[in-house]
Design a protein around this ligand. Structure first.
Ligand code: PHE
Length: 366
């Protein structure tokens, strides 16, 4: 009995004094592990006479319980203390003035995406997203671009190796446009649908105006009785709000995209001023010209049907526009590659303050 009392006093004292989780664990092993002191005591029970066992058993089991509880209690205290230290070390003083610590800025691409979300929210559009790693069915096939279609080759697609094909055996790729979000939205949401889908897209292409990764924003409207007039009004309203001027003049040029029919490329009038393109005015006027800005059209019946909707009931329009291009035109950068160089001087010059949140009432680029 005195043996047990001695072990108890020793262990409980040691546990109370353990300085960290490692010490607690070492004590647990020394007492309760395979070769532990309490484990050894428990083993002696087998060789005892029934009377002896009746006397010793409860004492030994009681010792084990007391030590187990003490270990848990000590661990809890140490964990709480460790958390306190960590919280103190990681605390941020929110009252510090912002210029007391290193500063960042909002990248023009993020700023423009926020502006677009604000402008389209006012017209009842929600923001939708999809993955940058996409399958070839959503990026191409469902959009009416079959395997043999020349548009597939034109997209300079980055494919993943065939071992990465998905469960349905579809090839995986980096999406070449935001149009697969049209498919994802139509398949997961009941019409009427009004969304924009901003995000990164990838094509194996690189020069002053092309980078292998760039940004697009997709627009999609699906409802009953939608026609080209809705498309033109939406684009005009969007561009007037974005460029913050009323003299935006659009020209819709017949074009071809497999996923829209009819398709139109949209040009905007601009003039050259101090080496910069200023959007506005009629491209046919003196000193003005037309610049291609976006692709659009009425969603092809086959695409609507591919998504399980009845094209006799539901129609819509879609458009796609380069976000980086929009940023360059509005804020005057001339080399797209600089967008993604991470040069702090460029970011300080073209970046936006974290608090300059675009709002329609304050002017979207405020
Ligand atoms: N996805 C097309 C592109 O990347 C743009 C587009 C979108 C055209 C929607 C029409 C409708 O070039």
């Amino acid at each position: 009995m005195s043996d047990i009392e001695a072990i108890r006093a020793q262990l409980l004292g040691d546990i109370e004094a353990a300085a960290d989780a490692g010490a607690v664990e070492a004590l647990r092993v020394a007492a309760l592990g395979k070769a532990g002191s309490i484990t050894a005591l428990l083993k002696t029970l087998g060789a005892m006479s029934p009377e002896e066992r009746q006397a010793q058993g409860p004492a030994i089991h009681g010792l084990r319980e007391a030590v187990t509880a003490a270990l848990a209690a000590r661990k809890e205290v140490l964990d709480a203390a460790a958390l306190d230290i960590r919280l103190a070390a990681e605390a941020i003083d929110m009252t510090l003035p912002a210029d007391a610590s290193p500063r960042g800025s909002v990248h023009p691409v993020s700023q423009v995406m926020d502006e677009l979300a604000e402008i389209f929210a006012d017209m009842g559009f929600a923001v939708a997203t999809g993955p940058e790693i996409e399958d070839d069915w959503r990026n191409f096939t469902a959009l009416n671009i079959p395997e043999t279609h020349p548009a597939r080759a034109m997209h300079d697609t980055f494919y993943f190796p065939a071992q990465m094909n998905d469960a349905e055996g579809r090839a995986m790729l980096l999406r070449t446009h935001t149009s697969p979000v049209q498919i994802r939205t139509m398949m997961s949401q009941e019409p009427p649908i009004r969304i924009i889908a901003p995000g990164r897209v990838y094509r194996s292409d690189s020069d002053a105006t092309h980078t292998p990764m760039f940004h697009q924003v997709e627009g999609l409207v699906i409802d009953r009785g939608i026609h080209m007039g809705h498309l033109k009004w939406t684009l005009e309203t969007f561009l007037k709000a974005y460029f913050e001027r009323d003299d935006i003049v659009l020209r819709l040029r017949p074009s071809y995209f497999p996923f829209t029919e009819p398709s139109a490329e949209v040009d905007v009038g601009y003039k050259q001023e101090k080496g910069r393109r200023i959007v506005g005015g009629n491209g046919d006027d003196e000193g003005h010209a037309w610049m291609e800005l976006l692709g659009s059209g009425m969603v092809n019946r086959r695409v609507i049907a591919n998504c399980g909707l009845d094209p006799d009931e539901w129609q819509g329009f879609a458009f796609g526009v380069g976000v980086d291009r929009l940023a360059m035109l509005k804020y005057g950068m001339d080399d797209l590659r600089a967008f993604f160089d991470g040069d702090l001087r460029w970011l300080a010059h073209y970046g936006f303050g974290a608090l300059s949140v675009p709002t329609l009432s304050g002017g979207v680029s405020a």
